[in-house]
Design a protein around this ligand. Structure first.
Ligand code: DGT
Ligand code: CA
Ligand code: CA
Ligand code: ZN
Length: 612
C-alpha cells in the first residue's frame, strides 16, 4: 500500500522544479507550464499511477504535455525524476526552506541568494539581524518587517500536521489494517478523532487475534520511513510525510475503555476520572472498575470491570450521556445532562460560497451545479471574486452584470437544484465593500470576505469586520480572519464584537471548511454559538473535490457545539430563501405588493420602501 498518493508526491516534485527554475532564471514559459502540471496533479481525481502504461491518456489531460508525461512515467517507474535531481543540484540545499517562508516568492529569494548571500534559513536570519538585508535593492522597511514576522510565525507554528492532511492518511491505515482477517476492531483516536485543526501524531487503536501479525502489517506499510518501535501492545512509525503514527493493540473486550482513553483530550480524561472516583469507581484505559481501596491496578488482580467494551457503557455508568469526541475538551461538556444535537455532515443541504471559471475556479456554472446536485444539495450559490481580487481574476462590475445574467440563464434551464447569483465581495481595509450597493442588491446572496490587508491592527480589523457584518446587503462574513493554518496568522479582531454585530444584523459567520483555513476556528464557533449567531459552513469550492472539505468544516462546527438549527446550510430551501430575501429590500417590497398591497403585520409598504 502507498499512503501518500503518487499525484501528491508528483505535484510536490513539479512545484519544486518550477521554484528552482525560477531561481536559476529559466524560460518563464517553461516555469509556468511546470507550475501548471503541479496544479493539475493536485486537482486530479484520477490516480496517475493507473496510467503508467498509457502515456497517451496522460497527455490527453489538460495541462500535461508530452515532456511532463514522460517525467511522470519516469517517476512512476523509478520513483525519481532525473531532471528534478539535476535542478536541485544547481541551488544551495537550504534555499528551498527559504522559499517556504510565507510571503517570500522566488523573485525575492533569488535576490536574497544572489545579492545577499542567503543560502538557508540560518543565513536569512543573520541577514535580518545584521541589517545587511536592508541594503539590498527593493528591500523596503515593510518587506523586511514582513519577512521577520513570517520567520517568527514559522518558529512558533509547530510541526503539527493539518487535519485535512492527517485524515486521509489515518483512514488509509485503518482500511489497510481492517482488511486483515486477523484484526477485530480498528479505529483512530487522539486529536484526529476530536477533529482538531492540527494534530501532533496519529493514534490508531486495534484489537487483533494475533497482535504480532497486526503489528507487522502496520510497520511494513508502504509509506513507512522509519519504524520507531514495534511490539505486541504498541508500535510507532514515522511516515514519509513526516508524521508519527502510534498503533496500540488492546483487548477486544476493553476496546471502548481504550478508545475513550486514547481519544482524550487529556483534560477530559482527567475530569472524567475524578468524576468516576466521586461515584465510587476507578477509570483507566482497561475499563471502569469498582473502587476497592487497593492501590494496585484492578485489571492486574483479575477484577471484572463494570463497563469496558463500549464508550457508551462507561459514560452511562457514570450517569452521563455519550459525549461526541469533538466536545471532549473539558469545556463544560461533562456538566451537561443532555448533549445538544450537533450538526452532522448529512444535515448540510447547500453550498453558499463557490467559484467558477469566471474568476479563479475550475468549474463552469453548469459543472458546479451538477456537482452540488450530485451531493444532494437543494441550493448552490455562485460567488465569484470581486474586482479588487486581481490575482483571482475578480469580476469588474460590468463582468459581474453579465455573469448574473448567465447564472440566471443556467438556473432557468437546470432542474433539481436552485442556483443563486452571488458574489464573494472583498472587504476593503476600512470595511467598505468592493461593489456599489446597487449592484450588490441585484445579487441573491452576498458573501463578504477579507483578502488583503491581513496584517491590520486588531482595533482596525474589528471596525472593518463589524462594518461589513452590519452592511444591510451582506448575508455571510466569509473566512472572517483570513488566517491560513501554519502559514498566515491573519486578522486578530475582537471576535466578541464581531459576533455581537452578526447577531444584531442576522448575518451568518462562515466556517470556511477548507482545511488550510478552518476559519472561523473552533473556539470562535463556540463563542458564536453561545451568543446565538447564525453560522454558515461552506467549502469555498474551486473544483469538484473541494466539496470533500465539508467534513472538516463540520468537525470544526461540532467542536464549537453548533446545531443544525443555527446553521444556514442545514435549513430547508424555503427557510434559506426567507433569510436571503430578508436582506433584499426590493424582494421584500415585491412580497408586500404580491400580498395585494396590504402590508404584513406591523409593516407598512412605506416602511418597506424606506428600508432600501
Ligand atoms: P496531539 O497528538 O498532540 O495532537 O494530541 P492528542 O490528544 O492526540 O495527544 P496524544 O497523541 O499525546 O495522546 C493521545 C491521547 O491519549 C490523549 O488525547 C489522551 C491520552 N493521554 C495521553 N497521555 C495521557 C496522560 O498523561 N493522561 C491522560 N489522562 N491521558 C493521556
Ligand atoms: Ca495524537
Ligand atoms: Ca500519540
Ligand atoms: Zn475567499
Amino acid at each position: 500500500m502507498c499512503i501518500m498518493s503518487s499525484n501528491a508526491e508528483l505535484a510536490r516534485l513539479f512545484t519544486e522544479m518550477a521554484a528552482v527554475m525560477e531561481l536559476t532564471g529559466e524560460n518563464p514559459f517553461r516555469i509556468r507550464a511546470t507550475e501548471k502540471v503541479a496544479r493539475t496533479l493536485e486537482d486530479l481525481t484520477l490516480d496517475v499511477s493507473t496510467l503508467v502504461d498509457e502515456p497517451k491518456r496522460l497527455v490527453a489531460i489538460e495541462g500535461i504535455g508530452e515532456g511532463s508525461a514522460q517525467r511522470i512515467v519516469e517517476f512512476l517507474r523509478t520513483g525519481r525524476i532525473a531532471e528534478h535531481d539535476e535542478l536541485l543540484a544547481k541551488v544551495p540545499k537550504g534555499l528551498l526552506a527559504v522559499l517556504g517562508v510565507p510571503g517570500l516568492g522566488p523573485k525575492t529569494v533569488k535576490l536574497l541568494w544572489e545579492k545577499g548571500g542567503v543560502t538557508d534559513l540560518a543565513s536569512l536570519k543573520e541577514a535580518l539581524d545584521s541589517g545587511t538585508i536592508e541594503k539590498l535593492p527593493r528591500m523596503g522597511e515593510k518587506t523586511v518587517q514582513n519577512i521577520r514576522e513570517s520567520l517568527d510565525f514559522m518558529s512558533k507554528s509547530s510541526s503539527r500536521m493539518r487535519l485535512g492532511e492527517a485524515m486521509p492518511l489515518a483512514e488509509e491505515i485503518v482500511a489497510h489494517l481492517s482488511a486483515s482477517a486477523n484484526v477485530e476492531r480498528v479505529d483512530f483516536a487522539g486529536s484526529l478523532r476530536r477533529g482538531r485543526e492540527t494534530i501532533g501524531d496519529i493514534d490508531i487503536l486495534a484489537s487483533a487475534k494475533r497482535p504480532s501479525a497486526a503489528s507487522k502489517a502496520f510497520t511494513s506499510m508502504g509509506d513507512v520511513q522509519k519504524v520507531l518501535a514495534s511490539g505486541e501492545t504498541k508500535s510507532s512509525v514515522r511516515l514519509k510525510s513526516g508524521v508519527q503514527v502510534d498503533l496500540r493493540l488492546v483487548d477486544d473486550e476493553a476496546f471502548g475503555a481504550a478508545l475513550l482513553y486514547f481519544t482524550g483530550s487529556k483534560e477530559h480524561n482527567v475530569a472524567l476520572r475524578e468524576l468516576a472516583v466521586r461515584k465510587g469507581y476507578r477509570l483507566n484505559e482497561y475499563g471502569l472498575f469498582p473502587d476497592d481501596d487497593d492501590p494496585s491496578p484492578p485489571q492486574s488482580r483479575g477484577v471484572r470491570p463494570v463497563a469496558a467494551a463500549k464508550e457508551e457503557d462507561i459514560y452511562r455508568k457514570l450517569g452521563l450521556p455519550w459525549c461526541p469526541p469533538e466536545m471532549r475538551e473539558d469545556r463544560g461538556e461533562l456538566a451537561l445532562k443532555k448533549i445538544p444535537k450537533l450538526i452532522e455532515l448529512d444535515d448540510i443541504k447547500c453550498e453558499l460560497h463557490a467559484h467558477t471559471t469566471a474568476s479563479d475556479g475550475r468549474l463552469s456554472i453548469e459543472e458546479l451545479a451538477a456537482e452540488a446536485k450530485r451531493r444532494g444539495f437543494h441550493t448552490i450559490a455562485v460567488t465569484d471574486h470581486s474586482r479588487s481580487s486581481v490575482q483571482a481574476n475578480g469580476l469588474s462590475p460590468e463582468r459581474l452584470r453579465e455573469h448574473i445574467e448567465e447564472i440566471r440563464r443556467v438556473a432557468a434551464r437546470t432542474k433539481g437544484i436552485a442556483i443563486l447569483a452571488g458574489s464573494e465581495v472583498d472587504i476593503h481595509a476600512d470595511g467598505s465593500l468592493d461593489y456599489d450597493d446597487d449592484l450588490l442588491a441585484e445579487l441573491d446572496i452576498v458573501v463578504a470576505s477579507p483578502h488583503a490587508s491581513l496584517r491590520q491592527e486588531p482595533a482596525k480589523a474589528t471596525d472593518r469586520l463589524v462594518r461589513a457584518v452590519k452592511h444591510p446587503l451582506v448575508h455571510i462574513l466569509g473566512h472572517p480572519t483570513g488566517r491560513l493554518i501554519n502559514a498566515r496568522e491573519g486578522l486578530h479582531p475582537d471576535m466578541d464584537k464581531v459576533i455581537a454585530a452578526a447577531v444584531a444584523s442576522n448575518t451568518a459567520l462562515e466556517i470556511n471548511a477548507n482545511y488550510l483555513r478552518l476559519d472561523l476556528r473552533d473556539h470562535h464557533v463556540r463563542s458564536a454559538v453561545d451568543a446565538g449567531a447564525l453560522v454558515a459552513i461552506n467549502t469555498d469550492a474551486h473544483s469538484t473535490d473541494h466539496f470533500d472539505f465539508l467534513r472538516y468544516g463540520v468537525m470544526t462546527a461540532r467542536r464549537g457545539w453548533l446545531t443544525g438549527e443555527r446553521c444556514v446550510n442545514a435549513w430547508s430551501s424555503t427557510r434559506l430563501r426567507e433569510w436571503l430575501e430578508s436582506k433584499r429590500p426590493s424582494a421584500r417590497s415585491r412580497t408586500v405588493a404580491a400580498a395585494g398591497g396590504s402590508a404584513k403585520k406591523g409593516r407598512s409598504p412605506r416602511k418597506a420602501r424606506a428600508d432600501r
